[in-house]
Write a protein that binds this ligand. Sequence first.
Ligand SMILES: Cc1ncc(COP(=O)(O)O)c(C=O)c1O
Length: 381
Amino acid sequence: MKMKKQIVQLIEQHGTPLFVLDHNKLRRNYRTFKKNLPRVQCYYAVKANTHPEIIKTLFLEGSSFDVASYNEFMQIYEYIKHFGEEDKDFFIWDKIIFSNTIKDKDTLSKIKRYRPLVSFDNSDELKKIKTYCDTAGLILRLKVPDTGSQVEMSSKFGAEPGDAASLISQASDAGLRVEGLSFHVGSQCTNFDNYSAALAITSEILNDARSKGYDMNIVDIGGGFPVPYDAQVPEFAKLAKLINSECQRLFPADVEIIAEPGRFLAATAATLITEIIGKSRRDGKIFYYINDGVYHTFSGVIFDHWLPNFTAFKSGEIEVCAVVGQTCDSFDKISLSIQLPVNLEIGDYLLTENIGAYSIASSTNFNGFTGAKIIHTNPSC
Ligand SMILES: Cc1ncc(COP(=O)(O)O)c(C=O)c1O
């Protein structure tokens, strides 16, 4: 993909902006995850990138899926029903977890017939599940440390560990079953102590519940697995070693460990090619205006607190420049401090790697721009 000639060919064929999704990279990421975490079943977090071709490739690799809405649930359910030829009567928990802790009544009523596995973290949600979806198996999400993660989660999600025992018994009193516990250490978690702390909190609550006779045997270690966006990001293999040894130490063999990686699988699988459509000097700084922006493929700059990289095909004197989007909103600034050659011109191209997660999934059509064309290399047949 990095070959200049190949990129020029793609531009000639498809134009820009162009979102190039490499399915071999997706497969490699999935296999790396599985190889390093052999005890963990992988539920791809569909929210990271919902493209049906990604679902297909990961499904064929053996992945299960984490969904957050009725539409995502049905996207996966229909897909598995349709394409899971050998497994028409699949057990839904093996393939789908509904991990959004808050679900509206309508969603709960509609998924009731599928006997889903769903997350919750408070007693009002329990009451709602009891009323509208009492066929569900429950996963109690815990609040855990997310210090230093790119996107924190604990200010919005997760029961206080001290409330867990009460929520488990409230569920039981209501005739519902808590099947296991989950957490999320924050997305792009590079502080591995968060995982150690979360696993310790989870094991304490699990052991306590089991000692009281609650038969819980699922531990969901969430997402957060970091992508090597830059050289400072610690190695995934190091994190996997920690998780493997802590899971071995803390959880009996009959406990099923699952995870919900999103970014780890999707991010490095895509590259974006954009074109410079304007150039100006503002207060001495060069501004490159490109034909994509934060309302479109660079939406992760806003929602994901992501700092994209840019590579130019020309070399020249380097300055700190700004790269901004095509819309008429001054909010549409992708980066105000990116080192780029000063001699780039209108019509030149920029390349952004590792843009597969939280990018096209949260893109809009603002200002009438429809977003990047998506093409696939090495797709599944
Ligand atoms: C419940 C849940 N699971 C999994 C994920 C995926 O996280 P990540 O992309 O960090 O792996 C998210 C991300 O928001 C989430 O909210």
